[in-house]
Design a protein around this ligand. Structure first.
Ligand code: FAD
Length: 447
């Protein structure tokens, strides 16, 4: 019989923790000569998504207690109760602190590395796993899992050379590896340039797993009138937003809004995008009316804003309306204001009538964008849907259908809001899966 081998497919947040934890237990048991832990990653670098997460600062987790934390997930988030009881935020921070990576807490309980470097997180986790004896093979694209007699047996992968070609030179080409346990940590389908293209969904489905339909989540939106003509890549800080569904207020947010080249983005938009995607993606007919109302002056209520406009118009008697607006709005929005309010920018302030002022006031407080759609996987922060959690044991991440197969990270049907929740789910399920796989293999050795 071949010596036992634990293979982890995918070196993202879940795969790195799974590999490191499995190797740690193997080492603690003094079995590192007998049990090999191999981490296969199709890209040439591990943790590509970690490196770009949190705009390069990596929002690692959140200070919320587990029961509040889980409220930020979809319905399947309940599955995480078990995983979080085994490895949660404090365990992650302890691990990182022991690896000389201190962290800080910011607004909303968001936890970041103190030096603000997402790259350092990926590098430190890779060094940790390697240091524990994990054999990391990059450029290794897993093409298929071998299962027979009801359990996993191994897998095959293409090894790519430095020049990106398979099958030429040295170690390159198609390779088969026997395995006692296979841990699928291939991520979702979003940002496919990081290596996550949905291979794991395909493999899991082939082995009989149900895949809850995948869709982009935490994604920019498309809306009528966005971006306004002549505007692209404009960030508006400190705006208020109201999402209305069929005319009823659904939620309000405050923060940064982006006019991208194709629509609406930025934190306040990502925050509502999960609701919007679920509403637009559903089979409901007719589809609900969705509208985002933007308040450009959230610090002033309508009355106070009106008083401020009256004061400004009076005190700038000789100035134009355009001059006044330049003090209120980014310059890029002036032509939009002119068009929407039907007021030439060159009109002197003293000629602005009461009704004209009120049109401006109402636009500043309630700029409406009917939402028409959402972006695709290439621009989505996470993937909603994935392997049905009912078919995975939350204590171990082992498949309930295929013994020896473990499924973790974003590949599972769990997705959450922004705020560090998604990475923590990947770290936690990875750790728990790595631990369970190692314990199972070690138990077999001892019996
Ligand atoms: C731009 C961006 C910013 C984000 N910021 C944050 C944030 O600040 N906080 C937060 O909580 N979440 C954030 N997220 C989400 C978070 O990064 C992911 O949910 C998390 O990294 C998923 O981890 P994972 O290990 O499950 O999958 P991934 O990180 O996607 O890793 C999967 C790995 O598997 C590899 N792989 C895939 N198929 C194969 C194959 N066939 N063979 C070999 N290898 C394969 C891939 O190359 C990849 O390296 C962000 C996401 C994006 C895109």
């Amino acid at each position: 019989m071949d010596s036992p081998r634990i293979i982890i497919v995918g070196a993202g947040a879940a795969g790195l923790l799974a590999a490191g934890r499995a190797a740690e237990l193997v080492r603690e048991a003094g079995r590192e000569r007998e049990v090999e832990v191999v981490l296969l990653e199709r890209m040439r670098q591990v943790g590509r998504k970690i490196r770009i997460s949190g705009k390069g600062r990596c929002n690692l987790s959140n200070t919320l207690p587990a029961n509040e934390f889980i409220k930020h997930f979809n319905r399947s988030g309940r599955f995480l109760h078990q995983t979080f009881s085994r490895f949660f935020t404090e365990d992650l921070l302890e691990l990182l602190n022991n690896l000389d990576l201190p962290t800080v807490v910011e607004r909303g309980g968001r936890i970041f590395p103190a030096d603000g470097s997402a790259v350092a997180v990926a590098e430190i986790l890779e060094a940790w796993a390697r240091g524990l004896g994990v054999r990391v093979i990059t450029g290794a694209h897993v093409r298929g899992l071998d299962c027979s007699h009801g359990r996993v047996r191994g897998l095959h992968y293409d090894l790519f050379s430095e020049h990106g070609k398979a099958g030429s030179g040295g170690d390159c080409g198609a390779t088969k590896l026997a395995a006692t346990a296979i841990l699928l940590a291939t991520g979702g389908k979003s940002y496919p340039t990081t290596g996550s293209t949905g291979d794991g969904h395909f493999e899991a489905e082939n082995l009989g797993h149900k895949i809850i339909r995948t869709r982009p989540s935490l994604v920019p939106l498309k809306a009528e009138g966005a971006p306004p003509s002549g505007v692209s890549d404009l960030k508006l800080r400190n705006v208020g937003t109201t999402l209305r569904i069929n005319g009823k207020t659904h939620s309000r947010h405050f923060g940064e809004l982006h006019f991208t080249k194709t629509g609406l983005g930025g934190p306040v938009v990502l925050e509502i995008s999960r609701v919007v995607v679920a509403a637009l993606d559903g089979k409901k007919s007719p589809q609900p009316d969705l509208e985002l109302a933007v308040d450009l002056k959230p610090a002033l209520d309508v009355k106070k804003l009106d008083a401020r406009l009256i004061r400004d118009l009076d005190s700038r008697d000789n100035a134009t309306w355009g001059d006044l607006l330049a003090g209120l709005l980014p310059r890029e929005l002036l032509p939009t204001a002119e068009r929407i309010c039907s007021l030439p920018l060159g009109k002197p302030c003293h000629q602005i009538t009461g009704p004209e002022r009120r049109v401006l006031r109402d636009w500043l407080k309630d700029w409406r964008f009917p939402i028409t759609g959402f972006g695709g996987f290439p621009e989505a922060i996470v993937t909603a849907g994935g392997v049905d959690t009912k078919e995975v044991d939350p204590h171990s991440m082992e498949s309930r259908l295929v013994p020896g197969l473990y499924i973790m990270g974003e590949l599972l049907d769990v997705d959450a809001d922004t705020g560090g929740f998604n990475l923590m789910a990947a770290f936690s399920t990875g750790w728990v899966g790595g631990e369970a796989a190692a314990r199972s293999v070690l138990t077999t050795l001892e019996s």
